[in-house]
Design a protein around this ligand. Structure first.
Ligand code: OSB
Ligand code: MG
Length: 368
């Protein structure tokens, strides 16, 4: 794989509906796309970070900088045997996993096309259909949330995740449980609590949640281990896990029983697969999280979700839940059974719509 040309683009896409977490409300997404050209083939990746450094420290601006000044110069003009070799080359840079993952993912896309394989098969995926859940943000009222849940269940989704924060937690979960006693339900706090809230998490045990996601510090493992010892609800870690080493340490410490794997957060497919393997050896279930991705990041999430350890429904759902019009063809659609079928064509399996991407572009830079 000789890398001839790389292009960065920042696009702006308004969400169909605002998405609110404990750290804030998002109405428009600013997304950095990476396009790589290699010997007549083109691969695409997406930087998953938010516009502000609230989920993690990366922003479109930091990703652009790390890509332009380090990752792209290290990649351009060189002949790489595999995308995994490129991932190893990125290792010296501390962090900035979402910037790394976007470029790495584009190279996996190219490698899969070279080998005439769907990307999901190249990475070792085995599920031809993935089970889907939805993540529903904080709403203006509990009634609106209940309506949304009903709509998603009617569409076929297999589990519901709701966001919680202080003031929008026990009462809300109680109302959902009264309406849906047997629903596969979970809650994501995005680090909104501390160990001082232990009583609240003990109360949540009453609602038989599948898991509570990242209740404590965004970079914490030890407090989560203390919490997990005190409650019955499984803790799932998201923000705290960046590598297979993090996963091993968290599991050894008893900090969680489930791990959410996001391609961006962990730095790409090579790292995601290692985390997946670490968890699988220990029979710890994993699932694929989301970052309100455009079709390109969404297509990569589908590929990742086909690995055999992704046994729980993820946050990967239909394009139309996010966008009036997505930037890929076909758009991501969900079956009435609440699954997404893995594509059969080589590479990513969804074609970027260049005309649409061009219209949404706010800045662009070319290299090589
Ligand atoms: O914590 O999983 C999260 C969105 C933005 C930032 C963090 C998270 C989320 C989601 C949405 O939960 C998942 C999705 O629908 O893409
Ligand atoms: Mg989360």
């Amino acid at each position: 794989m000789k890398i001839d040309h790389i292009e960065l683009r920042e696009i702006e896409m308004p969400l169909v509906h605002f998405f609110e977490t404990s750290f804030g409300r998002t109405t428009v997404r600013r997304i950095v796309l990476v396009r790589v050209d290699s010997e007549g083939l083109t691969g695409w990746g997406e930087v998953a970070c938010g516009q502000e450094p609230f989920y993690n420290y990366e922003t479109p601006e930091t990703a652009w900088h790390i890509l332009r000044d380090f990752l792209i110069p290290w990649t351009l003009g060189k002949g790489w045997t595999t995308a995994a070799d490129v991932a190893a080359r990125f290792h010296p840079i501390r962090g900035h996993n979402m910037a790394k993952a976007a470029l790495e993912a584009a190279l996996w896309d190219i490698e899969a096309q070279t080998k005439q394989l769907p990307l999901w098969k190249l990475i070792g995926g085995s599920m031809t259909e993935i089970p889907c859940g939805v993540s529903i943000g904080i709403q203006n009222s509990v009634e609106e949330l209940l309506d949304k849940i009903q709509r998603e269940l009617t569409a076929g989704y297999l589990r519901i995740k709701v966001k919680i924060k202080p003031g929008w937690d026990v009462e809300v979960i109680d109302r959902i449980r009264q309406r849906h006693p047997r629903l596969a339900l979970m809650a994501d706090a995005n680090s909104a609590y501390s160990l001082e809230d232990l009583a609240l998490f003990r109360t949540l045990d009453r609602f038989f949640l599948m898991m509570v996601e990242q209740p404590l510090g965004w970079d914490d493992i030890l407090d989560h281990a203390r919490l997990q010892r005190e409650i019955a609800t499984p803790v799932c870690l998201d923000e705290s896990i960046h590598s297979a080493d993090d996963a091993r340490k968290a599991l050894d410490a008893g900090a969680c029983k489930i791990i959410n794997i996001k391609l961006g957060r962990v730095g790409g497919y090579a790292s995601a697969r290692k985390i997946h393997d670490t968890c699988r050896e220990r029979r710890v279930p994993v699932w694929c999280g989301g970052m309100l991705e455009s079709g390109i990041g969404r297509a990569h999430n589908i590929a990742l979700s086909t690995l055999p350890g992704f046994t729980l429904p993820g946050d990967v759902s239909a394009s139309q839940r996010y966008w009036q019009e997505d930037i890929i063809e076909p758009e991501v659609a969900v079956t009435p059974q609440g699954t997404i079928r893995a594509p059969e064509t080589p590479g990513l399996g969804f074609a970027p719509r260049l005309d649409r991407i061009e219209k949404l572009t706010r800045r662009r830079e070319e290299f090589g």
